[in-house]
Design a protein around this ligand. Structure first.
Ligand SMILES: Nc1ncnc2c1ncn2[C@@H]1O[C@H](COP(=O)(O)OP(=O)(O)OP(=O)(O)O)[C@@H](O)[C@H]1O
Length: 258
């Protein structure tokens, strides 16, 4: 089976600082994997390398077996089957929830240029199909009641949910979630846990998750990678990681908030 994601020997250097140092990580098809580590360990930088936001200095990334060539733009990387959410929510706050999802779908359903400029029948068919799909997804995640609300007016936990649905809309092979539970109350975190599980079980998508909430990680992840100071410190099942001395020391010594 082809991995949803394979990243080999990823290194990212900023000036004199090696933020990610020779890290390899694999996520199987429909697998749920977590990436943890103390603050500043390089987790978000690693995500940025995977998704083309800030490409790796060296190393190879493959999405569903297809290599991401150097200098591929982030939207092209997304079309290869990877989508993500950000640590700070990045919805268009003035636009409605529905419009936010439609924007993501535009990437996927792109009609040819002439069809859309001349508003040929194919254009309207595409518009209809996109709207139908967006509404289906929103209904499936109990967001139909807020579909016409400006995204920025929604409670924090709901905005996070919309962001994940938007990431799902592009039909990815893998979704990367950067601290999805940050700032959530316990009820919102419980809802989020179910949502993430559904991505895997109902939508057949692999998930790579950065998270400081250890109970969420231990509940959800099938495998865990641990980064510390840019390097891969450990990898294994949740129970292996919980009992790994190097991991315990990195957290206790590093004063992480995890
Ligand atoms: N654009 C950048 N330019 C220079 N240094 C950067 C840049 N982005 C990140 N860094 C540095 O790289 C290191 C890793 O940061 P990163 O944000 O990836 O860590 P993290 O594990 O995601 O942390 P957190 O859990 O706090 O979000 C830090 O020392 C950070 O200051």
């Amino acid at each position: 089976m082809t991995d949803a994601l394979s990243a080999d020997h990823i290194t990212k250097v900023f000036g004199g600082l090696t933020a990610v140092d020779d890290v390899s990580l694999h996520v199987g098809e429909k697998e749920l994997v977590a990436l943890i580590g103390p603050n500043g360990a390089g987790k978000t930088t690693f995500f940025n390398c995977l998704t083309g936001v800030a490409p790796a200095t060296t190393g190879t990334v493959k999405i569903a077996g297809q290599e991401v060539k150097k200098n591929t733009k982030a939207y092209k990387v997304a079309q290869m089957g990877i989508s993500r959410t950000f640590q700070n929510i990045r919805l268009f706050s003035q636009l409605s929830v529905l419009e936010n999802v439609l924007i993501a779908l535009t990437n996927q359903y792109k009609e040819n240029f002439l069809t859309s400029v001349l508003r040929l029948p194919g254009y309207y068919k595409t518009e209809d199909a996109m709207e139908k799909r967006a509404k289906e997804l929103l209904a499936d995640f109990d967001l139909e009641d807020v579909m016409y609300f400006p995204a920025g007016d929604l409670p924090y936990g709901t905005q996070r949910k919309v962001e994940i649905v938007r990431a799902l809309a592009t039909d990815p092979k893998i979704i990367c979630l950067d601290e999805p539970a940050a700032g959530m109350n316990p009820e919102e975190t419980a809802d989020l846990t179910k949502l993430i599980k559904r991505l895997q079980t109902e939508y057949g998508i692999a998930v790579l998750l950065i998270e400081h909430d250890m109970s969420l990680v231990m509940n959800l992840a099938e495998r865990i990678y641990v980064l510390a100071e840019g390097k891969l410190l450990a990898q294994g099942t949740p129970s292996e990681i919980q009992n790994n001395e190097a991991v315990i020391n990195a957290y206790l010594g590093g004063g992480a908030d995890a």
